[in-house]
Design a protein around this ligand. Structure first.
Ligand code: UDX
Length: 454
């Protein structure tokens, strides 16, 4: 039997990780590399071929929890059970691949599971780490890991990272949140810093960013590691209407209300709607939800607001009836289709990296309302380096008032600053498209990756 080379891709089981890594799989498959996406899930099912093509198989495995158990109770235990499940299932998968003539050559693994490098090496596979966060964030974690960056002790304390020419002056509240709130989330802090713990031994380092976006950091990271920037992982059909490719709903943990959103947006004028989403994890306090609801109602714009099922009880009573046609609230949207819709004028976002790079790639001006993890740092760069939006000012405890929401929406949708932001957003949209087009920097990086294993 002829042996075909094959790579295994293993994201952390969260939407912000599954989305970019599954899109990366599609790109690899479209370039002729066989790929198996291992999806850790609470409802494992038999392996299946994707509609995309024969080169792309999905292999669901259990997260180690029985029905009725709550995986969200204890993060450490969750990570342990996922690790045990992967360490049980992966060897069998690798053996089966070898037997069927699909020689596994590399394991592309999520940076939040750095122990997978040794697993890859123990089976003779190359280890390729995939960062779903940008370099500007990983660089900070790396310096914290090395002990060469100390976090300012007060939120007014300024800090720079002297070795990074691209870094603006950062306040403590521009840094990834866990660095400053380490006492509240010690286990998450350990996970994010550990991402960089064995990077010096990794065979290939992949990142969902593109060279121009983090140009000044690129030289530095390339001097340390074998880096390939392969983003944005946004499907090319959204970047260039002439290209057709299947959309990304297949790997969503949530059910997108596609027709409801698009039919509603179709009734709205160009650039008249504010799209509001806080991604898959952020939990807002009830007071913040009430304030946001009031702010959106007071703006002069339409709004499409994603409120996940688990958050919906925080929407004020009778709110939906009160706002009427001015607003649509859904539990999950087809975000890329929404951002690409001509009626969208700006994106009020929590600044999760996928949302950031999607907004940026589709040329949508943004209002940053970061909540935790890498989001404050992404927001800082969005506003001050790429200049594609504004950041909502928060009170000392992180609370954003309704007046501030109204002010930000006005500034981006109607003000002079909005015009400047839109021009920059358009520039980044073109640069993102250029990176993934044939011969662009990310396209070449993907070719390089494929050529190593084909
Ligand atoms: C998490 C972290 O919060 C983020 O900071 C980190 O960079 C990645 O992991 P999440 O909070 O879910 O992710 O945000 P984000 O990174 O923006 O990812 C959300 C994904 O869900 C995006 O790809 C977005 O397009 C998609 N989405 C979101 C939908 O398809 N529909 C929705 O209604 C909302």
């Amino acid at each position: 039997m002829r042996e075909e080379s094959h790579v295994i891709v293993l994201p952390f089981p969260g939407q912000g990780h599954i989305t970019p890594m599954s899109q990366f799989c599609k790109r690899l498959a479209s370039k002729g590399l066989k790929v198996t996406l291992v999806l850790v899930s609470d409802k494992p099912s038999p392996p299946y071929k994707t509609e995309h093509d024969d080169s792309f198989t999905v292999f669901p495995i259990s997260n180690g929890y029985q029905e009725g158990e709550d995986p969200l109770q204890d993060l450490d235990e969750y990570m342990e059970r996922v690790e045990t499940s992967i360490k049980t299932c992966l060897p069998k998968l690798i053996e089966d691949m070898k037997l069927s003539g699909h020689l596994p050559r590399a394991l592309v693994y999520d940076s939040t599971m750095p122990w997978l490098l040794d697993v890859a090496h123990s089976y003779g596979l190359s280890g390729a780490v995939f960062f779903t966060q940008p370099w500007l964030v990983s660089a900070i974690y790396y310096h914290v890991f090395k002990g060469s960056f100390s976090v300012p002790s007060t939120k007014y304390g300024h800090s720079t990272l002297a070795s990074f020419p691209s870094f603006p002056m950062l306040n403590a509240n521009d840094l990834p949140s866990f660095l400053c709130e380490s006492s509240s989330y010690p286990n998450i802090l350990r996970i994010v810093i550990d991402q960089l713990s064995n990077i010096d031994r990794v065979d290939i380092v992949l990142c969902n960013t593109f060279d121009k976006l983090e140009e000044k950091l690129l030289k530095w990271v390339q001097s340390l590691w074998p880096v390939l920037n392969i983003g944005p992982t946004v499907p090319s059909m959204y970047l260039d209407k002439r290209l057709s490719e299947d959309n990304n709903y297949g790997f969503s943990l949530f059910n997108a209300k596609v027709a409801e959103c698009i039919d509603w947006l179709n009734t709205k004028q160009a650039s008249s709607v504010v799209y509001v989403s806080f991604g898959s994890l952020v939990i807002l306090s009830e007071d913040q939800m009430i304030e946001l609801a009031a702010g959106l109602k007071q703006t002069r714009c339409f709004f499409l607001w994603v409120v996940r099922e688990t958050e919906k009880d925080k929407i004020p009573k009778n709110y939906v009836e009160e706002v009427g046609e001015k607003g649509l609230i859904v539990s999950w949207s087809p975000q890329l289709d929404v951002l690409a819709h001509k009626s969208i004028g700006c994106f009020l976002t929590h600044c999760g990296w996928n949302s950031m790079i999607e907004g940026l790639s589709l040329g949508v001006p943004m209002i940053g309302m970061p909540h935790w993890t890498d989001q404050p740092t992404n927001a800082k760069f969005m506003k001050d380096v790429w200049k594609v939006g504004v950041r909502a000012k928060a009170d000392g405890d992180g609370f954003v008032r309704r007046e501030e929401i109204v002010r930000c929406v006005g500034e981006v949708m109607e003000g002079e600053k909005g015009k400047y932001i839109r021009k920059n957003a358009e520039k980044w949209k073109l640069l993102a498209r250029e990176a993934v087009s044939e011969g662009g920097s990310s396209d070449k990086s993907i070719d390089e990756f494929v050529s190593m294993f084909c």
